[in-house]
Design a protein around this ligand. Sequence first.
Ligand code: ATP
Length: 186
Amino acid sequence: MIIGLYGRIGSGKTTLCNYLRTKGFFVIDGDKISREILMPGKVGFKEVVASFGAEYLNSDGTLNRKKLGDYVFSHKEALHRLNEITHPLICEEVQALIQKNPTRHIVIEGAVLYATKIIDFCDKTVVVTSDATLSRIMKRDFLTEGEAKKRINAQELYDKADIVIENSGTLSEFYEKIDQMLQSIL
Ligand code: ATP
């Protein structure tokens, strides 16, 4: 079983993955892969620097993700350009990890599930929704309300999921809903 998991920023995707890991799932973290392909020396890194310029580098030669993030989230064309570089690389990496784990249940977390066509590898898609998103990410990422809203608004709206899990309540309520979801699909 391969589950594709998505949801708005801060909705609870990582929390859900950590819980599924305790149930034996192999977790593919799309966000982690997105970061890894932009590490110095990687193809993605080289392409981003060539496209956006050295002003997006930190003094230690790593990518200044905050600066790049601020820029692309306020410039649609730049976001598109960044995605064109990163999405195919993310997709390739996910495919390789699936092939390495053919016998395990897998969950793939990634905000870019549809855009990268990773969705085609999934048996079921799950979306996590939450009313508490804004306050949670402001607290976690030290963002102002305006900055947090910008990041949330830049995300696609997802309405094609097989299963919707609501995560506005407590953690134990969330885990209970995940257990019910597993019972219905496994
Ligand atoms: P991102 O899209 O940024 O990766 P995410 O969807 O993975 O975020 P999480 O990191 O799982 O979201 O959750 C965001 C924050 O909210 C975390 O600090 C997490 O511990 C907290 N959180 C998640 N669910 C709950 C809940 N039901 N009750 C309280 N806090 C929660």
